[in-house]
Design a protein around this ligand. Structure first.
Ligand code: NIG
Ligand code: FE
Length: 412
């Protein structure tokens, strides 16, 4: 048994509870000055005012970490990434700077399928080492849990390979990896003009192996005009749910196709992107408790309008934020920039942004009972910041303020 105390905390800042925070509640952080956290093995035993946690601090034999007037917050959760891929698409980025749209690039045969070629050719070993390096970067930035999607294989072998690599990384790396099967991410050349057949292939040939080998917790679909229709997305997600995978949707990113409404209809855990969500879509998410996962750095990178995050919070939708790290639309792992963008361009308060990258992001991964806040019983994932308050997270724009990461009670 190991015990550890984080003492002299200048400001402990955390959302509270075991479910996503909605509406005004998102703004209510618990703030304790002169705080301490007691950790026993992998879990938080107590978090609160220092005098309540450690009456006999000086005589305590357990390890004491001195947080010297600094802020302590929950470990960050990044609930939407595509971090297992090979190659890069820097050339496409340059085209976009010259005004070529993301959809036009897809129409030219670029986009996702470009990365598919590189990823199909990459060995498991290669993907593992690329993934491992990216997880190291995430940990430096304070990301202690990440979601990763397949979808750069679009064939059975490579989809399975991507998921197996994520499973191995989850086992070997301190960052927890939640895996999502996203075979319906784009239409590969072999299935041009037959998206029906492709969805059937994913459902009949790939999904059973994903489920049998226990390779994914979630299933995601790119529901979009140039990708999969609402009907095809519904079919894929219903089959996935029968196989034990919880549904997620890339919804209403480029066109308001009704992906948010579909997410509510199928009881999805989350609807993600939502740049073009309709008023009816917002109501549907709010009514059905679907977490909206917003990705402002994708809007930034694509030079698009941001998702109406303020409206969603005001209408009681549980809102999370994620990087969307991927080689095409958003090549960044920068959680610090993500927090700043949400506050500067989407009118989030610093408290709402912190909740969106901790507790609500955990809820988007069905993990709000385990992680996302600093409370007795939760997994001991937390960050000591090189700043006196969590408010410095958006204020020191794009700066990594994470000084120390504690993951499952271990000092990293
Ligand atoms: O979330 N929208 C679909 N998928 C990714 C883009 C993937 C890519 O361009 O490689 C996204 O933005
Ligand atoms: Fe994405």
């Amino acid at each position: 048994m190991s015990e550890m105390i984080i003492a002299n905390i200048g400001e402990l800042a955390t959302p509270q509870g075991t479910a996503a925070r909605r509406g005004e509640a998102v703004n209510e952080l618990k703030i304790i000055e002169n705080a301490a956290v007691k950790i026993k093995d992998e879990r938080i035993e107590k978090a609160g005012p220092e005098e309540e946690i450690i009456p006999g601090k000086d005589s305590c034999t357990c390890r004491i970490i001195d947080a010297r007037g600094k802020a302590v917050v929950p470990g960050f959760v990044d609930p939407h990434t595509h971090f297992i891929f090979a190659g890069s698409r820097a050339d496409e980025f340059s085209w976009r700077l010259q005004g070529v749209s993301y959809q036009e690039i897809m129409a030219r045969g670029g986009g996702i399928v470009n990365t598919v070629d590189d990823t199909r050719q990459a060995s498991a070993r290669k993907l593992y080492s690329l993934g491992r390096k990216r997880l190291d970067n995430m940990l430096d930035l304070g990301i202690t849990t990440v979601e990763g999607k397949s979808g750069y294989g679009l064939d059975k072998e490579t989809e399975i390979r991507q998921l197996e690599v994520m499973k191995a990384l989850n086992r070997d790396h301190p960052v927890d990896v939640a895996s999502t099967f996203m075979g319906a991410h784009a239409l590969p050349a072999e299935y041009e003009n037959s998206s029906d057949e492709f969805i059937d292939f994913m459902i009949e040939e790939v999904l059973p192996e994903v489920a049998d080998k226990n390779l994914a917790e979630f299933c995601d679909v790119f529901c979009e005009e140039k990708a999969f229709s609402v009907e095809e997305s519904r079919k894929m997600l219903e089959a996935a749910e029968k196989a034990g995978l919880a549904p997620k949707i890339h919804a209403d990113e480029i066109t308001p196709l009704g992906g948010a409404e579909l997410a509510a209809e199928v009881g999805a855990v989350s609807a993600e992107h939502l740049l073009k969500i309709s008023p009816a879509g917002i109501e549907a998410l709010s009514a059905e408790d679907v977490v909206a996962v917003l990705l402002p750095l994708t809007a930034f990178s694509l030079q698009e309008e941001y998702a109406p995050g303020r409206k969603m919070i005001d209408q009681n939708v549980p809102v999370a934020l994620a990087t969307d790290f991927n080689p095409g639309s958003c090549y960044t792992q920068s959680l610090p920039l993500l927090i700043a963008a949400a506050c500067l361009y989407m009118d989030f308060t610093p408290a709402e942004a912190l909740t969106a990258v901790t507790l609500n992001a955990a809820a988007a991964l069905n993990r709000a009972e385990e992680i996302g806040s600093l409370e007795a019983g939760k997994q001991a994932d937390m960050l000591i910041l090189d700043a006196p308050s969590y408010r410095h997270l958006p204020y020191q724009i794009g700066t990594n303020l994470v000084e120390t990461v504690i993951k499952k009670g271990e000092l990293i």
